[in-house]
Design a protein around this ligand. Structure first.
Ligand SMILES: [Zn+2]
Length: 210
């Protein structure tokens, strides 16, 4: 599901997404009964960095009044942001970069890497019922497949304290780091895999529009 201009949706509409994003089911309660339906989906959402659109722009100046950038981001609740694994800031691309050829990796090569990572995960979870990939790991599996070294633990602890991350964000960072390690065919989660996973939490950072 793709939601364009995420802050323009009413907050109560967005909050309904929390349950299916976490549990992959949606429960509907009425006075006499509650029914649950499967709701496994991938959420992709986009938003401007601020109301004028130029916050963090390399050339243009953001014209938003003080506090407006933060207020704009605050339209998305912390618990919903927690459930979005990858926050990616997309900076404007210059014409020279757009027209340059041969600098980026071919999609076919990336595809091969993704297929290999999915195969690794299929093997990892072959004995776990209804679990096929890293995002579906429960707490028990997280403990057995996402063990991290002492340097990795230190890095994560520093990041948790500095960025005031929640326990849910912590679990999700581990899962993303596990996937990054799989993409590099690495058995262990190394500190640089964790560092990369942490980079995808840009909207959790207290320095964003702070
Ligand atoms: Zn602005």
């Amino acid at each position: 599901m793709f939601l364009d201009e995420l802050p323009e949706f009413h907050r109560n509409v967005l909050e309904v997404l929390r349950q299916p994003l976490e549990d992959r089911v949606i429960s509907i309660s009425r006075s006499k009964s509650t029914v649950s339906y499967p709701a496994s989906f991938m959420l992709v959402a986009s938003m401007n960095p601020c109301p004028c659109g130029f916050y963090n722009h390399p050339q243009k100046k953001c014209l938003c009044p003080p506090g407006a950038v933060r207020n704009y981001l605050n339209k998305i609740s912390g618990p919903l942001l927690d459930r979005i694994d990858l926050h990616v800031e997309v900076s404007p691309v210059s014409f020279t970069e757009l027209s340059a050829e041969g600098l980026s990796e071919k999609s076919s090569i990336v595809r091969q890497r993704v297929i290999l990572a999915r195969q690794l995960q299929a093997k990892r979870y072959e004995k776990s019922e209804d679990i096929h990939c890293n995002v579906q790991m429960n707490t028990k599996l997280l403990h057995s497949f996402c063990q991290i070294t002492v340097p990795g633990q230190k890095l994560l602890q520093q990041a948790m304290e500095k960025l005031s991350l929640s326990a849910r964000a912590y679990d999700r960072i581990l899962k993303v780091a596990r996937t990054i390690a799989d993409l590099g065919s690495s058995k262990a989660i190394q500190p640089h895999h964790l560092a990369e996973a942490l980079q995808f939490r840009s909207l959790d950072r207290s320095d964003w529009a702070g």
